[in-house]
Write a protein that binds this ligand. Sequence first.
Ligand SMILES: Cc1cc2nc3c(=O)[nH]c(=O)nc-3n(C[C@H](O)[C@H](O)[C@H](O)COP(=O)(O)OP(=O)(O)OC[C@H]3O[C@@H](n4cnc5c(N)ncnc54)[C@H](O)[C@@H]3O)c2cc1C
Length: 478
Amino acid sequence: MRGKRIFVAAAFYTGCLTLSIHTYTEQLSQPVMEDYGRLLPVKIKKVQKMTEETELQKIIKEANASNEKISIAGMQHSQGGHTYYPGSTVLDMKGYNKILEFHPKQKIIRVQSGATWNDIQRVINPYGLALQVMQSQNIFTVGGSLSVNVHGRDIRHDAFIDTVQSFRLLMADGSIQNISREEKPDLFYLVIGGYGLFGVVLDVTLRLTEDELYKKRTRVIDYKDYTSYFRKNVENDDRVRMHLARISVEPESFLQEMYVTDYMLAADQERRKRYSALKEDTNIVLPKFFLGLSRYSGWGKTMFWNIQKEYFERTDGSYETRNNAMRSDTAFMEYESPNRTEILQEYFVPINKFSVYIDSLYDVLEEEDLNVLNITVRYVKKNEDAVLSYAKQDMFALVFLINQGRSKSEIEKTEKVIQKMIDVTLQHDGSYYLPYYAYPSKQQLHQAYPRIEEFFMEKKKYDSKERFVNLFYKEYRE
Ligand SMILES: Cc1cc2nc3c(=O)[nH]c(=O)nc-3n(C[C@H](O)[C@H](O)[C@H](O)COP(=O)(O)OP(=O)(O)OC[C@H]3O[C@@H](n4cnc5c(N)ncnc54)[C@H](O)[C@@H]3O)c2cc1C
């Protein structure tokens, strides 16, 4: 009897030991993933690359059989873990990047979702064509850009959704659907700006526009004059096709001085060919050096602001094609400090509230300790088509580049300031952009995105087993 008990105990012990060794080995072999924000390292199951649609279908089928979670990743420049989830299989879409169809006369292109803007620009530029809406940089994937519904320097189109004709979606049940405003419109408005939660965008058909030659006009102005400057000289002048502004972060002129760049249609479009070669890597040594200085001191910020301003003033009257204006370099922003990182925040505010909003923001930032390195300002035309749309009116979008520590206490400190900034933004009928770190509270999310509950309910309708997940969903849904 005693011998039997000892045998059972030994068998139980061996079983437990084997199980824990197995779990431990499995944990050790799990890769850790993080995005460009570097604030959310998480163990995932694996990264899966692919080049064929059939491979993607097989992955979904297998995930359904084994009940695995799936996340979808483009270039992973979103900063709130939107591309991964604990224990999930991450689909790395970068190799799924073919140009499938190009009809220059109709100004239409169909591309796989892992293609970057750069891949597309290389194909369409020789035909004198350009993208209608994209970010200022061309490093991002089409799938990642569609899933956050991007906006850029163009002021004559709305957000990205305006330029999408249709796309194909591989859904959680393994089916492939054609989606457009006419076919399955509900999915069209959910998936664009839907953060990869409804399935894998396979390929996208986009409307293109003419590549044009622009003459740059730059002005230094006071923030109080910005709205009237914009209304008079930009919005009401059809020749202005793109626009970008910056507002000072250096101590003396903090949130006061601005400079603007307008891209005016050049009178002589015949000259476009002379400027049409796509610009490649620019020299980043100086901007990288001055951005580096500005991270550590007020005088560094003053130096960087003055140099930037002078540089932009010198570009007044110079020419650039649309394609080249949409190829800005980000390499100078690369930052590899082990303890610190750089995050983005973006707030939208109605254009007629800009100067009172800046005053309120000033009050918050004067009291708080936040290392803001740069603020750019863009214009986003009203568009409420996407369920998670951010432009309820014509808005100015302020993009903040912020340097912060990576420790828990630094994250908490930044969260406190950012929540205050978002409160001020919401008080001015504004909104904020979702692809960044989940600093905003759930309540702020609901206020900025009143259709968020509908969005989550539709997600469960189309993906009842929550096959497609990411940390953004985990943070705000659970
Ligand atoms: C330096 C910098 C500048 C920026 N400038 C701008 C700007 O000017 N305007 C602007 O609007 N935004 C801007 N952003 C934000 C940027 O547009 C988004 O983060 C965008 O998603 C990045 O594209 P990505 O390829 O890195 O996408 P990822 O970050 O990889 O993915 C973004 C989302 O899309 C989903 N996704 C990716 N591919 C697919 C697919 N094939 N099917 C389904 N879902 C998919 C992911 O799951 C994720 O939820 C900027 C970001 C940075 C870091």
